[in-house]
Design a protein around this ligand. Structure first.
Ligand code: AMP
Length: 561
């Protein structure tokens, strides 16, 4: 079975296709969302999801989150003294989802369609693919998140030929895409976005407001206090959606601080972020050659689109109410599952033909004659331009620039800069050409880029017909099978916890955290129930464990209120 995975910045989900359509697979804790958080302890035990997030409060040095933002970069995360790349951390999330899916479906899961932000460049997509490989998942196809959303939506309401604007504001990334569904062909017309804007920025605004009002400096807080403050800010951010004010509380040096923040204050403080949202919307419309009034449906995806300040802003911007029929957290995973079913050629999936757009420009380096006899080299010549619908194939003819030139070199580059050196180098081809006066001989350079992000480059000498071809899968950033196997073995020392214990561990962590935060009698009471639970765990009697766990949970719930 091929599953669909939404590997999100904040949360990840896995879904599969059933006769009744795509469905989310609950994780080992029975939840649909698995936080994209990883923790590794001193002994090399790996924790993923809610358990890892809970460890953030107690052991901040052992936890990594929002690593999706750094996918495809050389950044390293240090967890309990061990070093990890973003794709390795992502692979642990994927491994956890894979396991949950296998238990739920009762069969091995070895292949997945994974969604990526439309704005992810080649490097980031390759890193995502590698993360899948490290988790033991074959990832032949990736689907852009907005495409996945539209696929899920398109199946939901298939009567329409529609122009969508997919507005995706997740935890850490922002994407706008314009898609057109016409006679079952779903075409991405344009994408734009901001890799550094998301729900977390809105949490930070809340946090700053609180600090201002409480006359506190963030730098004065310890790491643990900062984590707690952030958690409170996140809570307040979600609570302000339904009311005109919210009270945010925070315990600082045994003092309970409380501040009221009104919706209006919060909205004003978010003004700068809201302005940032406008730009990609404008850019995508311009790239697609459309106006706002041409859009039939605005789809909201990503958890941060639940924010009232964002929704109010969008209603003002689009002068219409966005579509909220589907759960913004789940749409992408459901769409990825549909795509997985299409890949399996499942009968039930009426084939929607997917096209995508190239989210960056692909071109080559050329020498430009800027004045008679004067040349400047190192310039970039676009061949497939950003936002071209793919699969696409384009040819550019290039001429010799010197008399008796014997070779031509085609450097394959990706990026938007006018100068070759500023763009990403993907590979190169060299071809021999017959001697002659400059400008007589020429080559046709053809780039063919497909929906699986494979770029085929063909160079053909026009006069002789001699040709050379190469396929680029991003060698520059590629790990060989062997390297992947080696790194998988290296990572194998990490002990993934048996899933049965997950819930117990989570309850204990939560209790420990609450113990740290409590004082006096509350602390004693918690200690009593924690000790009882630990004793039951040691004894290993199932009923006893369940009873003690339920009791501890009840106490904690009462405390949390
Ligand atoms: P995602 O990456 O799509 O899972 O989005 C996560 C972001 O959505 C985080 O910044 C959350 O704080 C935010 N979020 C989730 N639920 C809500 C809510 N009810 N109100 C406001 N923001 C939310």
């Amino acid at each position: 079975m091929i599953v669909g995975i939404d590997l999100g910045t904040t949360n990840s989900l896995v879904a599969y296709y059933t006769e009744d359509g795509p469905r989310i697979i609950p994780n080992r804790l029975g939840k649909n969302l698995t936080p994209s958080v990883v923790s590794v302890d001193e002994e090399g035990n790996v924790y993923v999801g809610e358990t890892a997030r809970e460890r953030m409060n107690l052991y901040p040095d052992s936890v990594a989150q929002t690593f999706k933002r750094s996918m495809g970069t050389e950044r390293e995360y240090v967890l309990s003294g061990k070093h990890f790349k973003p794709e390795e951390l992502s692979s642990m999330v994927l491994r956890s989802l894979k396991e949950d899916a296998e238990v739920f479906l009762g069969e091995p899961v070895t292949e997945a369609v994974i969604s990526v932000p439309a704005y992810f460049d080649d490097k980031r997509r390759k890193a995502t693919k590698r993360a899948g490989e490290l988790a033991g998942l074959k990832v032949e196809r990736m689907i852009s998140e907005p495409t996945a959303a539209a696929v899920a939506y398109g199946l939901y309401d298939r009567t329409l030929d529609t122009r969508f604007l997919v507005f995706d504001l997740g935890g850490g990334t922002f994407d706008v895409s314009i898609l057109e569904l016409y006679h079952n062909i779903l075409e991405v017309r344009a994408v734009a976005g901001d890799n550094y804007l998301g729900g977390e920025d809105f949490t930070e605004v809340m946090e700053k407001l609180f600090l201002q009002k409480a006359k506190l400096q963030l730098s004065a807080l310890s790491e643990k206090e900062q984590v707690r403050l952030y958690r409170q800010a996140e809570k307040a951010k979600c609570a302000i959606n339904d009311s005109d004010r919210v009270t945010m509380s925070f315990r600082y040096k045994e003092e309970a601080l409380e501040q009221q923040i009104t919706y209006k204050e919060y909205e004003e403080a978010c003004e700068e972020l809201l302005m940032k949202i406008r730009e990609p919307v404008k850019k995508s419309l311009a790239d697609a050659g459309l106006r706002l009034s041409d859009i039939d449906e605005v789809l909201l995806i990503g958890g941060a689109t639940r924010l009232s300040v964002v929704r109010d802003f969008l209603i003002r911007l689009f002068r219409k109410f966005p579509d909220t029929k589907m759960n913004p957290d789940e749409t992408v995973a459901l769409g990825a599952a549909v795509q997985a079913a299409m890949k399996e050629r499942r009968e039930e999936v009426k084939e929607v033909i997917l096209t995508d757009v190239c989210s960056f420009t692909l071109g080559t380096e050329v020498v430009v004659e800027y004045e008679e006899g004067k040349y400047e080299d190192g310039r970039f010549c676009p061949i497939i331009e950003r936002n071209t619908v793919i699969p696409a194939s384009h040819t550019e003819r290039l001429y010799t620039v010197r008399d008796n030139q014997e070779k031509m070199r085609v450097r394959v580059l990706q990026g938007e800069s006018r100068f070759a050196r500023n763009n990403l180098f993907l590979g190169e081809l060299n071809i021999d050409i017959p001697k002659g006066p400059k400008g007589q001989e020429s080559i046709d350079v053809t780039y063919t880029y497909d929906i699986n992000s494979l770029l085929e480059v063909e160079v053909k000498v026009v006069s002789t017909g001699e040709a050379q071809k190469m396929i680029i899968k991003g060698e520059e950033n590629h790990m060989s099978e062997e390297e992947i196997k080696k790194r998988m073995e290296e990572l194998a020392y990490l002990k993934v916890q048996p899933r049965d214990y997950e819930e117990n561990r989570l309850v204990l962590l939560r209790a420990e955290r609450m113990y740290e935060e409590a004082l006096g009698d509350r602390r004693k009471k918690l200690d009593h129930y924690i000790t009882a639970f630990e004793a039951a765990l040691k004894k290993g009697d199932h009923d006893g464990i369940m009873d003690a766990r339920n009791e501890l949970n009840e106490i904690m719930e009462a405390e949390e209120d």
